[in-house]
Design a protein around this ligand. Structure first.
Ligand code: F6R
Length: 257
């Protein structure tokens, strides 16, 4: 894993956009996340599209997860959110933005269908946020490190954390379809972004804790190309920071993040 520490959320977003831009130029399949962590990155990519001609026309997008019971037109569905926050503002073809089906007669089958579609593509880069309890996608603590896309029950803490996007906590769906930890790890490059003190403990466990289903993000330790891109606040509970900064300053020439 490479641990990249930047001054603040804006610097994290710029660095994340630099990394994703390279994949966009190759027309790669982009694995995207919702939530607040990637928003500044999406804004920077949209700016580059508008002002610098960065094109996504050859890219397609696979989303990490979706709430069960929300139509794709619901403002808080992740299918709608990614369009509102990113895809509608760049030149990605709408038909190439894929999400698990939140509304279906058989969510278990919908999960299997999504996994099959995902497995037929090579995701070049997967952008990830992290929950305060260490989840990625909606793989809550105790998720199998080898899990595939499936139906999951949200932890009450996640419902509480996400209530800010809804009028009341009761409106937050209790179930989701999420890519599993093994599905996520098939991507060529994992880029996890986190900012703010609220994420510091989850980042500590991800980076310096043991590989454990209790901190699902720790499965990035198994991946040959994982970048943990964080601001000073999210890095505040790490103990090896001197080494991470040193390694970043001494990055071998021609080696990209
Ligand atoms: C969203 C997702 C979640 C979020 C996580 C952090 O697609 O998969 O894992 O990345 O809950 O959310 P924020 O960024 O809102 O703190």
């Amino acid at each position: 894993m490479e641990i990249v520490i930047r001054k603040d959320a804006q610097a994290v977003a710029k660095q994340a956009a630099d990394i994703i831009e390279k994949y966009a130029r190759e027309g790669a399949v982009l694995g995207l996340a919702t939530g607040s962590s990637p928003i500044a990155t999406y804004q920077e990519l949209i700016r580059r599209h508008r002002e610098e001609g960065l094109s996504f026309k050859d890219c397609s997008v696979f989303m990490l997860d979706e709430y069960v019971g929300l139509e794709p037109t619901h403002e808080q569905s992740y299918a709608r959110t990614i369009r509102r926050e990113f895809a509608d503002h760049v030149d990605i073809e709408d038909s190439r933005v894929y999400s698990p089906a939140g509304v279906s007669e058989d969510p278990l089958q919908a999960a299997r269908d999504y996994e099959r579609k995902l497995a037929a593509h090579h995701v070049g880069i997967q952008l990830l946020g992290i929950g305060t309890n260490g989840h990625i996608g909606f793989n809550e603590p105790t998720s199998s490190l080898n899990s595939l896309t499936r139906l999951k029950t949200l932890h009450p803490q996640t419902i509480k954390d996400n209530a800010r996007f809804f009028d009341t906590a009761e409106e937050v769906p209790t179930h989701v379809l999420t890519q599993g930890l093994a599905s996520i790890r098939r991507a060529g490059h994992l880029l996890l972004v986190a900012t703010g003190e609220g994420k510091a403990e989850a980042i500590r466990q991800t980076v310096e804790g043991p590989l454990s289903g209790m901190c699902p993000a720790s499965c990035l330790q198994l991946h040959p190309h994982a970048t943990i891109l964080i601001d000073e606040d999210a890095a505040s509970k790490l103990t090896f920071t001197e080494y991470y900064r040193y390694a970043d300053d001494h990055k071998p020439e021609n080696q990209d993040y």
